[in-house]
Structure formats: C-alpha cells, structure tokens
Design a protein around this ligand. Structure first.
Ligand SMILES: Nc1ncnc2c1ncn2[C@@H]1O[C@H](COP(=O)(O)OP(=O)(O)OP(=O)(O)O)[C@@H](O)[C@H]1O
Length: 675
C-alpha cells in the first residue's frame, strides 16, 4: 500500500530538482526565442519558420500552477537505453545545457512504465513515485515498491485528484491516467479505437489525451493532415478547451457536427429527421445526383477555320456511359469535356494537323462542347439536388426506388417547398445530406485523426460525414449507449463503426485496425448517486452492466418532494453555496426561464454557445451532456422524461453530472423507473 508522505529531506531534494528543471526550461525558452527565421531563403519560408519558432516558444512556457513533473521512476540496475536510471515524468521534455534529460515527456515510450508498471510486471522499474502538489509546488509524495509482488492499493494522490472541487474548465489527467485508460491513449495511430464507457469513466479525458499522444508520436505526419475533435455543442467544447493547450498542443481543431456540416437548424419533425438520418438515404442521394446525367441527344460540332469536326451522338453516348459512376460527379464532368475534345483532336490529327494541349483545352471550352455537357452532365450544387429531391415527388420516387417506402417518401416531401434552392431552409438532418451530396461531387479532404465524443448520438448520415473526414486516417470514437438522446441514437458500436467506415476487425485501405473497448470505473459520480441512476439502465440500455464508481460518497444523494419548487431551489442553492465547488441546477428545458426568473440568487443560464463561468449555473437538461458540477440540483425528473421520446436517457445523463452531491427536487411524482 503506498504511503502518502511528507518526508522533509526527500521532498526538499525533489523541490530542488524542480527548481533546476524550471531554470533549464527557462534557458530552453530563451534559446528558442533567440533563434531567427532570417536564415530562411524567401519570405514565405521565413513566415513558416517564424510560425514554427513561435509555436516552440509557446510550448516551452512554464505554467506556474502546475509543476513540471508529477512522477518519478527509479529503474533497475541497467536500463537498456541511454537515459538516467532515475527519470522524472512530466508534461514536457526538459534538458539541461549538456543535453541531459531532467524531465521526460509523459508521452515518450519510456514513460509508459509510469502508467503501466505493476508488482506483477514491473517493466524494469523498482520504485514509482507520485507527487502531490498545490499551486505549482510539490507538497507530498507517494512511493510504490514494485519489486516485492503483492498488490498496490489505491493511490491517495489519485483519490485526492478526483475528490478535488471542480471549478472552471476541465483539467488534464496526465498525472493520474489509469492503466486501462493508458492502453487507449497509447493505441497506435493506425488503430481506430471505440470506447464504450459509463458516465464519468474518463472517455472525454482519454480522447483528448490520445490526441496529445498521437501528435507527439507522429508530429510530422499529423501536423500536415491535422487532428480534429468533435463534441456535442459549443458549451462542451469550451469546457474541454483548455486540456490540450495545457499539454502543449495548441493546433487541434475542435468543432461540433453543425460546425463541420453547416449551422443549419430549421426545425423539423423528429420522425422526418430520423428518415433523413438513416443510412438508406446514401443510395437515394447517389441516384438523385446521377439521375441528372441524361442520355445525350445531340453530337458535337466544332468549326475551326474552314474545317468542321463532329462527334456523333452515339459516340457522345458511349463516352458518357464509360465515365458515368467511375469518378465523382464534378471530375466526371471535366473528364467528359476533355474526352469530347480529345475525340475532335484525333480527327484533326487524321486530317494532318498537329494540335497541342492548348487546342484541346480550347475545344473543351468551346460553345458546342459546353452545350452538350450542360445538357447531359449539368453543373449542380448539393442544394439544387436536395431541393429537387424534397419537393418533386416523381423525382424522389425515381431516386428512392425500393429503399424508402411510399410513406417515408411522403414524409420526406416538403409540405410547402421553397421556390428555389436558394431560399430553402435546411434542417440539421439536411446538413448531413448536403454534405453527402457534396462528397459525391468532390472528394472531401481527410484529417489524419478524428476524435468523436458522444458518438452514440450521431445519425448514420452524420457518421458517414465524419467518416469521410478521416478516410485516410484513423479515429477515436467515444460514447455511452445508455446516454443516447437523439431519435437515431445508436444501439451498437459495430453499427456506428460501420457507418464511419471502420468495420470491427477489418482493415481499411489505410491499414486501419479497429478495436472496441470498455471503460468501467467511474471517477466522477459518487457510488450512491450512480447506483440510483443505474435503476434506469434496464429501461434504456439493458445490455449494459451497471457502472462502478471509485468514489464512495456516502450521503451524496437527497430527494425531496415539494409544492414550492422555487422556494426549495433557493434553499438548496443556498446550502450548496455554503460548501466548496461549482453548482449546476439542471432544469427541464421548458422551465428554464421560469426558474431563472424565480431564483433570486446570482446565477447564469448556460446556452449552447458558451460554457458559463458563474459559480451557480442553470442548465437546460438538453445541454447537460458531458458536463459536471460539484453540486447538482435536479428539478422535476418526470418533466424531463416526458419532454422527449428519449426522455429516460436524458434523465440518466442529468443524474450523472454530480461530483459531490445530487439533490433532486420534484413536484410531480418521480418516474416509475426511478422509484
Ligand atoms: N485517471 C483519472 N484521474 C483523475 N481524474 C480522472 C481520471 N479519469 C477521469 N477523471 C475525471 O473524471 C471526470 C469524468 O471524466 P470525463 O468527463 O472524461 O468522463 P466521460 O466518460 O466522458 O463522462 P460522460 O459520459 O458523463 O460525459 C473528469 O473530471 C475527469 O477529469
């Protein structure tokens, strides 16, 4: 069992090492600042080099609130590498003037033992030391002897870290990553990992650390192709936004599905949205687009001087047929022009002319060729095609074939179609359809790696849209089947991976392997609260085992029925204010304005666009996903469950946001599943 120690001599020596490391980092930073981009040959290279130098300087910043290292490995007698026998593990690499390592980056291969070594498999480590710290200063340490077998027990430094009051945005967990989390974080770039995890098991944290790990390990490859993190809304992105910069990674795109596909939000019937989100829409859209390529009725006639050249209508038909479906739509259109021009050029050559490429281009752009192309392979936008599909019943029927029933087609058609595609109002589900069409026309660029959080909530068509953004890369797919709150929420990870383009156990063209894994130990929600929330599992996800919590948290749950909801709320907020930490009041969406007006204590209402930094936040239930607060006050669960088809799953999300206490206040009887 590791002891939490305050041995003054050892602590003094470690503090000295911290001071030396800090001075060395300052020297490294000064050196980076002194480097000049002038050596680069031209202006553009200078700008690029200056950008890289600036990034390097930023990465070498010392953050006074976090110590440079959080752990130490004392390795056995003869380590196989050139590094010192004693290694300090921290957020970034630090070396002294002679190039000797003072702190090793947590992502370096040698640091793996800090997270994985155990008495059963010491990985060459005799002793592991973990440090506790406050305001950037080392305050305690904990030693684990790995040479004598046995088991280690729970680290107090880990317990302290997860018990600490939550204030402000999410923090990195780099000092306390657990072995099963580390396996996911360090999975190779060529592996797409899918993580099923109960609330608070660290899925989001793990996804962010994996992004940081991959950027460190495959810096060159990923700095070209990029890493993208996709989260459920902007409030959530803002909550997680400081984790990667704290790990020195400032160049990662973080976005929502709407941010990627276009911010379309015209309201629509969830039943219609569900049809639009179904994977069967993919072949319908493909047909809808290619139905625009029609049989050419005329040939091409080009006049150059006194000569006339002709491509007969049947030849045009042959060329169109040979191109159709072999390329994306737009390149196909360009290729058709070039093929027609080539056919003319062949005739010119036969007549003894020797036309060059410029002549071919001129012919390809000639009026006659353009006319044939516009008639047979018209220039289109995704909006034009979708507008036609959703307003023209006969066209929809041709595109749908037997993929959609007559009722589904009827449901898809707009009751009052917009006059033109320009004035059409698109819904969130339409955004994924437009993106699918855009990709059928022109290839979507791919990132090197994509992290998708709350993936259980995405429709098949949204997953396809994300999948094509990591077509030449890999993905980290995170979620919880029990927290699915959309009409199309996933029932299985195999299906999610299939829509993303990663079949489990199969290899994609880029050599990507796929693994589904599970995190089962909760770091957020007290056991008592988690057990209570788990009463909903048989109704929402019977196939999942009840989650376990690392936090005992006795006395963390209280439930009160009241006729005076505002009064009970004010009292509960007052009680929470007397304690440490953040306070989240989760409210049925429909009651948000009323409860905000009734709550006289200072507070802020969370919106989809901002994290909110007030100590007391009112959170509409539909925005609670992914967030956490020390004290959660949950109002009227039955109203939350009644508000939407997936209301019970929404309630499960709301019940699992608390770090320290959950207070449920209700006027209506609790949903039967909770009783
Ligand atoms: N190894 C760890 N050490 C310390 N804290 C951890 C660890 N793993 C997770 N946590 C903390 O537990 C909390 C929950 O983590 P996170 O939000 O990543 O969980 P999640 O699985 O995404 O939850 P949800 O499904 O509810 O969104 C966070 O405060 C996170 O910092």
């Amino acid at each position: 069992m590791p002891a939490h120690q305050l041995a003054p001599d050892i602590l003094a020596a470690e503090r000295e090492h911290l001071a030396v490391s800090r001075a060395a980092l300052t020297a490294m930073r000064r050196h980076a600042q002194s480097l000049s981009a002038d050596a680069a040959g031209d202006w553009v290279s200078q700008q690029v080099l200056q950008g890289l130098l600036d990034q390097r300087v930023a990465a070498l910043a010392d953050h006074p609130d976090t110590p440079l290292f959080f752990g130490r490995l004392d390795r056995g007698t003869a380590p196989a590498d050139e590094l010192p026998g004693t290694l300090h593990v921290g957020r970034r690499h630090v070396h002294d003037g002679a190039g000797q390592a003072l702190v090793i980056d947590w992502r370096a291969p040698v640091s793996r033992a800090f997270y994985q070594a155990s008495p059963a498999d010491p990985m060459g480590v005799a002793r592991r030391r973990r440090f506790g710290y406050q305001a950037g200063e080392l305050t305690a340490f904990e030693d684990e002897d790995l040479t004598h077998g046995g088991s280690l027990g729970t680290s107090k430094i880990l317990t302290d870290e997860i018990e600490r009051p939550r204030t402000g945005p999410m923090r990195d967990i780099v000092a306390t990553i657990q072995p099963d989390q580390d396996e996911i974080v360090r999975a190779d770039l060529g592996v797409t990992v899918c993580v099923q995890g109960a609330p608070g098991t660290g899925k989001t944290a793990v996804g962010l650390h994996r992004a940081a790990y991959l950027l460190f390990t495959h810096r060159e490859k990923l700095s070209r192709s990029g890493v993208m993190i996709v989260g459920p809304n902007r409030a959530f992105l803002s909550y997680i936004s400081s984790v990667l910069p704290a790990l020195g990674e400032v160049k990662v795109d973080q976005s929502t599905v709407a941010g990627i596909l276009g911010d379309h939000a015209h309201p629509e019937d969830p039943a219609v949205a569900a049809i639009k989100g179904d994977a069967r829409m993919a072949p319908v859209l493909r047909r809808a687009l290619w139905l625009h390529v029609v049989k050419p009725e005329e040939g091409v006639l080009v006049t150059r001087g006194v000569n006339r050249y002709r491509v007969a209508d049947y030849e045009v038909r042959e060329i169109v047929a040979s191109l159709r479906g072999t390329t994306r739509y737009n390149p196909g259109r360009t290729a058709l022009a070039q093929r027609l021009a080539h056919a003319i050029l062949v005739q010119m050559e036969r007549r003894g002319e020797s036309p060059d490429d410029r002549v071919q281009d001129a012919v390809a752009r000639s009026k006659s060729v353009k006319q044939v192309i516009d008639q047979t392979w018209p220039k289109l936008t995704p909006e034009q095609v979708l507008h036609r599909l959703l307003s023209d019943a006969a066209f929809l029927a041709r595109a749908a074939k037997s993929d959609l029933t007559a009722e589904e087609q009827q449901a898809l058609l707009w009751a009052k179609p917009a006059k033109s595609f320009r004035s059409a109002k698109w819904s969130a589900a339409d955004a994924a359809l437009l993106d699918e069409l855009a990709d059928l026309m022109e290839r979507t660029p791919s990132h090197g790696h994509l992290v998708v959080d709350e993936a259980q909530d995405l429709s098949a068509m949204q997953l396809r849209a994300l999948g094509r953004r990591c077509r030449t890369g890999s993905a980290t797919v995170l979620g919880d089947l029990a927290q699915g709150t959309t009409p199309w929420s996933a029932r299985s990870w195999e299906t999610v991976l299939r829509h993303l383009g990663f079949e489990k156990g199969s290899e994609r063209s880029g050599g990507t392997e796929t693994a589904v894994t599970e995190l089962t130990l909760g770091f957020r929600v007290p056991r008592e609260v988690l057990d209570y929330a788990a009463r909903l599992l048989p109704s929402i996800a019977p196939e999942l085992a009840p989650p376990r919590s690392l936090r005992p948290g006795a006395g963390s749950l209280s439930i009160r029925q009241t006729d005076d909801l505002p009064g009970a709320l004010a009292e509960a907020v007052g009680r929470a204010l007397a304690r440490e930490g953040s306070i989240g009041v989760i409210v049925p969406d429909a009651l948000t304005a009323e409860m905000s007006a009734a709550l006289a204590l200072p507070h802020e209402v969370l919106t989809p666009d901002a994290a909110g930094d007030h100590r007391v936040l009112l959170i509409p239930a539909t925005l609670a996903k992914g967030l956490e607060y020390d004290h959660v006050i949950l109002l009227d669960p039955a109203v939350i469950t009644a508000a939407e088809p997936q209301g019970l799953a929404r309630l499960y999300v709301a019940l699992t946001r608390a770090v320290t206490t959950l207070t449920i206040l209700h006027t209506d009887p609790l949903p039967p599943e909770l009783r």
